[in-house]
Design a protein around this ligand. Structure first.
Ligand SMILES: *Cc1c(COP(=O)(O)O)cnc(C)c1O
Length: 443
């Protein structure tokens, strides 16, 4: 359930007409719904209530400050994977004591920043990383709250590029080495070893792989405890899929997921952490875009829109399917036809939908690309020198521009010609750079 619905023939985000947002901010633009974020957080936390969850929003799915702050007010912590995400979570008001630092390539500087902030836990993914964290923590006179991310060697049956829990994936400590490395880590004086973590992939549409991974984790906990090692926390990662609208049998509900957790690791007496990303924000966002032009080919009709793969990369990167709907509800008598909805970028992969059944569309029509709240703006780029997409937050009948468009002028202002290419006062920076002696000005 989300709060993007037609009212009197117009698509609204909660009580706001999306045309009004497009008119005031321009397109393309991301729009998020507060009520949807709140609903998803509540549904998940209520389903998991029997295991008293610590829910840390994986902010790589959507690092917008307003999104994070909305979830933080409900009690969410954050899962971060870089120093930049750590700074963002703190700026959004997430208490450091609810931040988990994950990621396969943390630098010493990032470790120092996390320890100085006083994060809840740092999930370590290799032996060399353990040694570095131990050294950094001792230099700071601290003990680092640490968990070991293990790779349970389970196939999540999701897209290849978002599968992380197989032994050939780069993530986590190999299953077979987990026992030895956990024991070793316990002996390092700079570490306060709290437990183990898993994260097997993203957009899982079947609860089976979760059950398998959690059962393996359970076995590991018993093995470690049998050797007298202490396990206080389990971090079960994220990965719960959301419906994009083209799944054959839907996705597991939070209740299905919670049952898998309770059945497998609910009785271990551990504090249980979760790192949901997509599940909280996916359906809470749409990407608004306008039709620039209709191009009739000999075999296909192309609907060219003003959003491109730089604004929303998922279709190009993962062959992802997104529902695309017009902001004005189609008449019931409208004749639908198959079209390709494409962006303006000079890449064939800049295609949002291929041979998609759509109602009649004309230049200037506003469209919403749905379920764009996760891994949308977060993966945006300026490819083709396009501005970075603005973001708008809606709450009831109010809306606010919460992330301004980063314009081409903003980006040009950060570029500088080297002195040897400057032969006249720079038009780029406005500053006067004296040309090298003896060189004649051209023109
Ligand atoms: C990406 C990621 C998540 C979130 O995954 P979702 O599929 O968005 O829920 C959680 N934990 C880690 C370590 C991740 O890398």
């Amino acid at each position: 359930m989300d709060h993007f619905q037609y009212r009197q023939g117009r698509l609204c985000a909660e009580d706001v007409d999306l045309e009004d947002i497009a008119d005031s901010v321009g397109t393309p633009a991301y729009v998020y719904s507060t009520a949807t974020l709140e609903r998803h957080y509540r549904v998940l936390s209520e389903a998991l209530a029997p295991v008293a969850p610590t829910i840390c929003f994986a902010i790589k799915a959507n690092p917008n400050l307003a999104v994070i702050a909305t979830l933080a007010r409900l009690g969410a912590g954050a899962d971060v994977v870089s120093g930049g995400e750590l700074a963002t979570a703190l700026a959004a008001g997430v208490p450091a004591g609810r931040i988990v630092f994950s990621g396969v390539g943390k630098s010493a500087d990032e470790m120092r920043a996390a320890l100085a902030a006083g994060v809840l836990q740092i999930n370590v993914e290799s032996e060399p990383e353990l040694e570095l964290l131990d050294r950094v923590a001792r230099e700071m006179g601290l003990r680092a709250p640490t968990a070991l991310r293990v790779n349970p060697d389970v196939d999540a049956h999701t897209h290849d590029k978002i599968s992380t829990g197989r032994c050939e994936d780069k993530f986590g400590i190999e299953w077979t080495a987990a026992h030895r490395i956990y024991a070793r880590a316990t002996s390092l004086p700079g570490l306060d070893l709290a437990g183990v973590a898993v994260h097997i992939g993203s957009q899982l549409t079947d609860v089976g792989p979760f059950r398998e991974a959690f059962r393996r984790l359970r076995d590991l906990v018993f093995m470690l405890r049998a050797d007298g090692l202490v396990i206080r926390t389990l971090d079960l990662g994220g990965g719960l899929g959301v419906p994009y609208g083209n799944e054959d049998d839907g996705v597991p509900t939070p209740a299905d997921y919670a049952a898998a957790v309770a059945d497998t690791v609910g009785d271990l007496g551990c504090r249980i952490l979760f790192e949901p990303g997509r599940m909280l924000v996916g359906n809470a966002g749409v990407l608004l875009t306008r039709v620039v032009r209709i191009k009739e080919g000999s075999t296909r009709t192309f609907v060219i829109v003003d959003a491109g793969m730089n604004d929303l990369l998922r279709p190009a990167l993962y062959d992802a399917w997104h529902n695309i709907v017009p902001a004005r509800e189609p008449e019931s008598s409208a004749e639908w036809s198959d079209v390709d909805v494409v962006g303006p970028i000079c890449e064939t992969s800049d295609t949002f939908a291929s041979q998609r059944r759509m109602p009649p569309l004309a230049e200037g029509d506003l469209l919403a690309i749905r379920t764009a709240g996760a891994y949308g703006r977060a993966m945006g780029s300026a490819y083709n020198v396009r501005s970075l997409t603005p973001e708008i937050m809606v709450a009831g009948s109010r809306f606010a521009l919460v992330h301004e468009r980063v314009s081409v002028d903003d980006m040009l202002a950060r570029q500088h010609l080297p002195p040897w290419l400057v032969s006249r006062p720079s038009a780029l920076t406005g500053s006067t750079i004296v040309p090298a002696a003896g060189k004649a000005r051209s023109g």
